[in-house]
Design a protein around this ligand. Structure first.
Ligand SMILES: [Zn+2]
Length: 249
């Protein structure tokens, strides 16, 4: 057996020590994340994990999660309870955008059934959207209209409510004016405006709140938050942003 010279043994030990300490330091350096949506009783703490200088949500599964231009979902987030709601869509394929999370899917089925009793036949246009799909769409809009215009109507990847599985765009069953400004003048939009909150949905980007939500009026984009929060937002004629602002005030 060959005996190693002492200086080499010491060098190896020192190197190993530096490596282990350095490595363990890096894996234990877990960044603090945004407390928002985790425990509403706690005030919002500034995040120390900054991605593109924006805070990351730590409880993306919360039904009343706030996702907007400021608060983004974790990069690898995907809901784990996606289902196909039993409602008509404007297309037949069983694809990603036909899905929603279980709770909003059930609420949506009830809402569509209630609308039908009032003579309003609704259809789904686009529900869940993975971050990969959002990236494709956003980039295409930027390519077509430029960043500034695209940002008024399309979310950046990680910042779309469709990514939560809690939001869906709806139209009338004929698909006329689907995801178009003129949808605002339809009886379907009027019905949604009046009744969506009864089933836990809000018109997420209302008229006159563009400065607060960061998006133009979208009468077709409904977001599930549960009936309690939805009713509060409906009664106060406000937005999810204002709801949180008032909650923490
Ligand atoms: Zn939408």
């Amino acid at each position: 057996m060959i005996k190693k010279p002492l200086p080499i043994v010491i060098a190896v030990l020192v190197f190993s020590f530096i490596f282990i300490v350095g490595f363990s330091h890096s894996i234990h350096e877990t960044p603090k994340k945004m407390a928002l949506n985790d425990n509403k009783k706690e005030h919002v703490q500034p995040s120390t994990e900054i991605k593109e200088k924006l805070p990351i949500i730590i409880s993306p599964d919360n039904i009343d999660v706030l996702v907007n231009k400021e608060y983004g979902l974790p990069e690898d987030y995907a809901p784990n309870d996606l289902v196909y709601p039993n409602i008509p869509f404007l297309f037949n394929e069983k694809i990603e955008k036909r899905m929603m999370r279980k709770e909003p899917a059930e609420a949506l089925e009830k809402m569509f059934a209630a609308a039908k009793l009032d003579g309003i036949c609704l259809a789904g246009v686009s529900g869940y959207r993975s971050v990969a799909r959002q990236e494709v769409l956003y980039n295409a809009y930027v390519h077509r209209d430029g960043v500034e215009a695209a940002d008024t109507y399309s979310a950046r990847p990680g910042h779309s409510e469709h990514h939560t599985g809690l939001a869906i765009d709806v139209s009338g069953i004929t698909g006329e004016f689907a995801v178009e400004d003129h949808f605002a003048d339809t009886k379907e939009a009027a019905w949604l405006d009046k009744h969506a909150h009864e089933y836990g949905f809000i018109i997420r980007f209302p008229k006159g709140k563009e400065e607060i939500t960061g998006y133009k009026y979208e009468p077709w984009h409904i977001r599930y938050v549960g009936t309690e929060v939805a009713t509060e937002i409906f009664n106060t004629n406000s937005t999810l942003e204002e709801y949180y602002r008032n909650y923490f005030a």
